[in-house]
Design a protein around this ligand. Structure first.
Ligand SMILES: Cc1cc2nc3c(=O)[nH]c(=O)nc-3n(C[C@H](O)[C@H](O)[C@H](O)COP(=O)(O)O)c2cc1C
Length: 166
């Protein structure tokens, strides 16, 4: 779950797939014109929530989001099935559309356009990397005596680890 805030200060959240993470942060892919992208352009601070209800566990991350390079996006885009690549071209994510039929017609048109050739990376599609500034790990325990550990970056760039009351 990715939470962003609009320029007017209104929060919203949605599921995105975490594609990979590395020492520099957490990477997901989306449409650069989508509502979430517009939010992140205005306010790069985001929050991500990873719940594992069966394990009574959650991880909440706060960080700053930045677009990854087109080269890095292309690497992932190229690995996707052709249908998904065409879908990325067709979707003006978060815009109002008149019908599903229109969407399907545009998909067919795009399929024709790129027939027998490699589908290029749309310039309005790619990844964001969220660089974490805090992690909160939560583990359910009996009698509501849950464990909560907050890892926060201090001014020296070191991770400070604190136990929080449940
Ligand atoms: C299981 C699941 C995975 C999803 N993965 C993504 C994703 O990786 N990228 C994405 O842009 N939207 C993904 N979506 C759709 C988003 O939740 C959301 O509807 C879309 O990105 C538009 O959000 P926005 O209008 O706030 O920008 C996923 C939805 C579900 C239910």
């Amino acid at each position: 779950m990715l939470s962003t805030v609009s320029p007017a200060g209104v929060p919203s959240q949605r599921t995105v797939l975490l594609k990979y993470f590395d020492q520099n942060g957490f990477v997901f892919f989306t449409n650069y014109g989508s509502r979430k992208a517009q939010h992140m352009e205005g306010n790069a601070q985001v929050s991500m929530l990873f719940p594992w209800y069966g394990l009574e566990r959650q991880l909440a991350i706060v960080g700053t989001a930045a677009k990854i390079s087109a080269a890095e996006s292309l690497k992932y885009f190229s690995s996707r099935p052709r249908g998904n690549q065409l879908g990325a071209w067709v979707s003006q994510q978060s815009q109002i559309i008149s019908s599903r039929q229109l969407l399907e017609m545009q998909f067919e048109k795009m399929k024709e356009k790129f027939r027998n050739r490699e589908i290029p990376l749309p310039d309005f599609w790619g990844g964001y990397r969220v660089k974490p500034i805090s992690f909160e790990f939560w583990q359910g325990r009996p009698s509501r005596l849950h464990d909560r550990f907050l890892y926060a970056l201090d001014r020296a760039g070191e991770w400070e680890i604190m136990r929080l009351s449940p």
